[in-house]
Ligand binder design. Sequence first.
Ligand code: ADP
Ligand code: ADP
Ligand code: MG
Length: 668
Amino acid sequence: MFKKILIANRGEIACRVAATARRMGVKTVAVYSDADANAKHVAVCDEAVHIGGSAPKDSYLRWERIIEAAKQTGAQAIHPGYGFLSENEEFAQACQNAGLVFIGPPPSAIKDMGLKAESKQLMEKAGVPLVPGYHGANQDAALLQAEADRIGYPVLIKASAGGGGKGMRAVDKSEDFAAALASCKREAINSFGDDAVLIEKYVQRPRHIEIQVFGDTLGNYVYLFERDCSVQRRHQKVLEEAPAPGLSPEMRAQMGLAAVAAARAVHYVGAGTVEFIVEQRQDGSMNFFFMEMNTRLQVEHPVTEAITGQDLVEWQLRVASGEPLPLQQDELRITGHAIEARICAENPDNNFLPATGALNVYGLPDCVTFERGAVRVDSGVRQGDAISPFYDSMVAKLIVHGDTREQALARLDEALAQTHIVGLATNVQFLRMVARTDSFAKANLDTALIPREEAVLFQQERVGLPLAAAAAVAQTLLRERASEGVDPFSRRDGWRSHGLVERRFEFDFGGTHAKARLDYLHDGALRLTVGEGADAVTGSLEFNDTARGIDLQYAGQRTRATVYAQGETDHVFTPQGATQIVAIDLLAHAGEEQDEGGRLTAPMPGKVVSFAVKAGDKVSKGQALAVMEAMKMEHTIAAPVDGVVAELLYAPGDQVTEGAELLKLSAA
Ligand code: ADP
Ligand code: ADP
Ligand code: MG
């Protein structure tokens, strides 16, 4: 076994690798950029080397510098994590040349699986089932059109060099093919520097089911079963689970053997994932087809660890140091069911716009351990840390395990309810709602689950105004009690002398203005009225501060609320959901108008991808004007009002800073 390894990554995966290394007595070296000087991954490793500026190309992608750091610190091997250099064959080769072990497959296997078209040619030879399609070298537009017509619509055009859900176009009919091909090629050359495409039949009601494989240097292979990653948005995974609901043991074995054949065909070593697209036929039968192989440890590997009881990073380290696979196929078993949720800094209500900022409150569910258990959190950040615009928006992964899928689902819901993040927008409540949809609860899975459930996902009130107001009032009274030592309302003798028989509050709740009145009754009880007129809710308010939040009873509802005040905003978390309510200071803000003016500015630092309009165009409110890319995601900038485009201030490809004005719009 190695004595010391370098981890060429950051965030949760660097921390994840470091945890196993520590348990195995292997020393770790972190590398870090300027932005990460105080990051958690630096703190959890034994040593750390600064490798450059914040942008990935100035640090985490500088492989000469990383190899130098390994040499300097005496590390024997490099773990690349995922993303960054993990699927870079040149880097894997350079490690070898420098006498370092690359903890991953041989460079030749990375190359063989690097391009989707070439890898399919290899898989065809190995007898792995492929989606009907075209993956030839000839890229003549007329030939591609003829191939698409032959395959039959709908088809999917994919950039051979694509990844991360980018460079794909679905085409419904022959007439649309030429335009889609041109746009796909444009995106492919811009994003991947290679415009070769392949064409696949668009599989109906598809499920994404992938197989975890492992190989060792002695030529042994096993598969560690499957993960269902069908719950996606924009072809990116949101929830992942293992095993795949409804997969028969026969089909599991067939897919496992096909995945092993794929790995064997490229002399694979280490952890890899073979992704299949699964067609669900009307008659209930399922067909699987090879999509691609990811030649690295995958983000969602913990669900496999949960159901097999194995530590895949330990397997990686053992195999890389020349040991045989820890277990053989017939020694591997599935126990229970596991689900992973990716917690991201993003705003689901604003088209999943990534968010940056400080994690002022970062409260994680109970029994947070890296070790396998009912609830596991893999996190690369701590309370107080910032999510910077330089890297992707994933904050943490929440993994739950139960005897059955129902139990895992219940644990997921509870664990998400206990995840309290304040300071920036996250998808935590959105994940809860996805997990609660009928489709997910009944395992009616396919890649269109999120769009299909849109109505319940985006328009549901999580915690209503009465409960939010009650929590905010209770929090205010508790705060006053703490600072004054005594709550004037609770002093049976004192309240009259203060003249306080009623008290008024005003709130902003999701854009609506709300009034509340608190009455102190003769028997010492509190009565709270929220709202006015016919909509008003009235009831007695009771609360009790406990170590785990405020036990709250109001208007027939009983809950435990945790309230975090940030300025005038109270962030309220309850088992039912979370919400925000803003206390309006009745004296301070008299007459102040909020500036709703939507300036056409970059919401964060990034790159301008394209403009959908040109100077002189008339646009209407809500119309898409420009597309930006930041944090591995594309964002559409829409017109805030009707108007005429006066001037475009940047060109596609330009790098822009946060707040930069992208175009000028004059009101119509
Ligand atoms: P998958 O999500 O299937 O494992 P992706 O190709 O979408 O595969 O990316 C894997 C993960 O690698 C992403 O979810 C992300 O967390 C990480 N990643 C990829 N590129 C970067 C990057 N430039 N910076 C930080 N993390 C990255
Ligand atoms: P990437 O390299 O971006 O991960 P993939 O080829 O793995 O690209 O495809 C990403 C996602 O796109 C899949 O998980 C699936 O949701 C969808 N997809 C890919 N191929 C097809 C297909 N032939 N039919 C339907 N959906 C597909
Ligand atoms: Mg993929």
